[in-house]
Ligand binder design. Structure first.
Ligand SMILES: Cc1cc2nc3c(=O)[nH]c(=O)nc-3n(C[C@H](O)[C@H](O)[C@H](O)COP(=O)(O)OP(=O)(O)OC[C@H]3O[C@@H](n4cnc5c(N)ncnc54)[C@H](O)[C@@H]3O)c2cc1C
Length: 643
């Protein structure tokens, strides 16, 4: 963590110097750059991302009177922990979360089908899928960490609670979106507040008002699946109570998820399918009936519930909207209103994707909004949000249908006709095969203005273009610190270029040195062209160097200037740009990520950590052409009238 760049700073380094003028009135201003609707995981990730930019005015409104305190989702996929690392929040999750190490499977005992026995066990996350584990952390804690990040940001952003959005319309002008809000509970007739925004993002959940305002509807299955979920402190003789356990018995199906803090356990109990339009509330399902169902399913084991921390019954359909923004297909009007998370896709909680995919939607959109508002990219960039995330959600719905069908199917009875029920071994195998997907690591964006065509993929076969940058160990050259290369990527809206040297390193005249010299050159370099003259050289594109050598063999003084840039108010040297191969067994980044030692390469990574391009070291002209496709020349932000 670096924090003395502009002069010595004492105190909590997480608290960024504020740009909010003393005496700024609380409450919503008349105009904002971005208005976010809803303080769920999607809205809070977006708010935490945008709050980092001093020049952007963001507000987030929530109809509830205060933050979520307990309940709802709890599965935190590896990809989400990676994203939290970019916000500087992964340590907290790792410390307080339950680590899902193994998943166990239980099914009917073949000798007495009224009893259950363990039928299998798998490692939950395959080796080297991510440097982070799969965690269980309550949604309320996820919210709390993001709220803390917002509060400590340059904008000191806090939500405006108790305000319900009742209408959203696009008009003309600099702030074209008019939003009307009512004090929650007063009904839509009493519009108390009007705000004009450049952009509005509806993160307002499955019954989204913003979605309705842009004429989108959730389409999909007409029937909903009812779910019972309870967080309990219980005494049981079921031996796998501290493992994630998928139990299929003749009495029904239950998913057991051990929770953070020890002792606590969540049980997901699949209930009946509801008729079209039917709400689960009308079934009168009670807590006692949920406990009774759980008891029946885990027979012959017993469970004595001593305390119920939270329980809920809710209905979920597999549904999706056609677009995630208000730009009509085929129209050239740029989008002004977006929707994210449950507002545009809903699915069962079984694969633990709801909260995770919602946050990834917001992470995808946040840097794009920031880039456009700061004049670094044109508004056409915003179209890529719906294109990319709608495709992800479509895949998710298809996956969830199949997943829910498999988890919900009864265990196969030898007397069943072929095709009925699921064999335990088949169940275990398909569960394992889906691990990459449920870890959030199967997303691959298609070629677009921000994702290259992968012509140089052979140079880094383990860093697929369109997929998230898969971190690997390195040693920092300046101080010999072993670390993960991916952890240099903060949620700061910057693009990154990793210059992987070939085996000749970065000595003068080497291919890597020539690439770095070109990038530093203030006449030709795409970086210099896109970086405002008063800003640090890495303000828009952050170049990092990985040298194919042991750090003890490389002198810091041999580094090209771009790897030791002078920055900040005092012109201090940034020593954290250059890395070497970790010589410990099994930690060589070139071997782990399939990087060609003889050729090296340039790996371009988006602000949301997805690989955008892989190029040969000497094809800097192609790099220039690629970056020019979405990065505007410096000075554009001034012509937009922004500061
Ligand atoms: C009761 C409930 C229980 C759930 N249980 C589980 C579970 O056990 N496991 C699981 O995996 N997933 C569960 N989910 C789903 C999971 O919580 C969601 O997938 C996830 O929260 C989606 O995040 P989001 O930010 O898109 O939306 P939400 O988390 O739904 O957040 C939307 C927010 O917008 C606010 N809002 C809505 N309309 C307005 C408006 N007009 N103006 C202002 N604010 C508004 C809402 O109050 C809410 O805070 C549950 C969801 C609910 C609602």
């Amino acid at each position: 963590m670096q924090f003395h760049m502009n002069g010595f700073r004492a105190g909590d380094p997480e608290v960024v110097p504020s740009v909010v003028a003393a005496g700024t009135p609380a409450g919503l201003p008349d105009t904002v750059d971005v208005l976010i609707v809803g303080c769920g995981p999607a809205g809070l990730v977006l708010a935490a991302q945008l709050a980092a930019f001093p020049e952007i005015t963001t507000r987030i409104v929530e109809r509830k009177p205060g933050p979520l305190e307990l309940g709802q989702a709890d599965g935190v996929a590896c990809r989400t922990v990676e994203m939290f690392d970019a916000f500087g929040l992964s340590d907290r999750l790792l410390r307080e979360g339950y680590w899902v190490n193994e998943t166990v499977f239980w099914g009917p005992d073949e000798t007495d089908r009224a009893r259950i026995v363990r039928t299998g066990r798998i490692q939950d996350v395959e080796d080297d899928l991510s440097e982070f584990p799969h965690l269980i952390v309550n949604q309320a804690r996820i919210h709390a960490h993001l709220l803390d990040k917002m509060r400590k940001s340059a904008r000191r952003l806090v939500p405006d609670y108790g305000l319900e959005v009742t209408g959203v319309q696009v008009r003309d002008g600099e702030y074209p979106v008019l939003v009307t809000l009512a004090r929650a509970g007063t009904g839509s007739g009493t519009d108390l507040v009007r705000v004009r925004a450049r952009y509005v993002v509806g993160c307002d959940g499955a019954r989204s008002r913003v979605r309705e305002a842009i004429g989108q509807r959730l389409a999909g299955d007409s029937a909903n699946q009812a779910w019972g979920v309870m967080d309990v402190l219980a005494v049981t003789d079921f031996p796998d109570i501290r493992f994630k356990a998928a139990i299929k018995s003749t009495g029904g199906n239950v998913l057991i998820i051990p929770r953070e803090g020890g002792y606590l356990v969540r049980c997901y109990i699949e209930l009946d399918e509801l008729a079209p339009g039917e709400r689960v509330g009308s079934r009168g399902i009670t807590l006692d009936s949920l406990i009774e169902t759980a008891r029946r399913i885990i027979h012959p084991y017993t469970i004595d519930v001593r305390e119920v921390a939270w329980w809920s019954v809710y209905e979920i359909g597999q549904r999706l909207t056609a677009r995630f923004d208000d730009a009509a297909a085929g129209s050239d009007r740029e989008p002004r209103i977006f929707i994210a998370g449950d507002a545009c896709h809903t699915h069962s909680p079984k694969a633990g994707q709801g909260m995770n995919v919602s946050m990834q939607d917001a992470f995808n959109l946040g840097w794009k909004l920031a880039a456009v508002l700061r004049g670094r990219s044109g508004p056409e960039l915003l179209r890529t949000y719906s294109d990319e995330r709608q495709a992800v959600a479509r895949d998710l719905i298809a996956f969830d249908r199949e997943w829910a069908r498999m988890l919900g199917a009864p265990p196969k009875d030898p007397a069943d006709p072929p095709g009925d029920g699921v064999e335990p071994e088949e169940f275990r195998r398909r569960f394992a095969a889906s691990g990459r997907y449920t870890a959030g690591l199967a997303t691959r964006y298609r070629p677009s203005m921000i994702t290259g065509a992968a012509t140089g993929q052979h140079l880094a076969t383990g860093l697929p273009v369109g997929m998230r940058f898969h971190s690997a160990p390195v040693v920092r050259l300046a101080d010999g610190r072993p670390m993960q290369l991916g952890h240099v990527a903060e949620a700061d809206g910057r693009w990154r270029i990793y210059v992987f040297s070939d085996s000749s390193g970065v000595q003068r005249g080497s291919r890597a040195a020539r690439a770095l010299e070109y990038l530093a050159d203030d006449r030709r370099s795409p970086i210099a062209r896109c970086t405002p003259s008063e800003a640090d050289i890495d303000a828009v594109v952050d170049v990092r160097v990985v040298i194919c050598a042991d750090h003890r063999e490389i002198g810091l003084e041999t580094l090209p200037a771009l790897a030791l840039p002078r920055k900040g108010a005092l012109g201090l040297i940034d020593y954290e740009k250059a890395f070497c191969v970790d010589p410990s067994p099994g930690r060589d980044i070139y071997a782990l990520r399939g990087i060609d030692r003889a050729a090296g390469c340039l790996v371009v990574v988006r602000p949301d950590q997805y690989v955008a391009n892989v190029l040969p070291l000497d094809e800097v002209d192609k790099l220039d052409a690629f970056l020019s496709g979405f990065l505007l020349p410096a000075g554009h932000e001034v012509s937009m009238g922004r500061t």
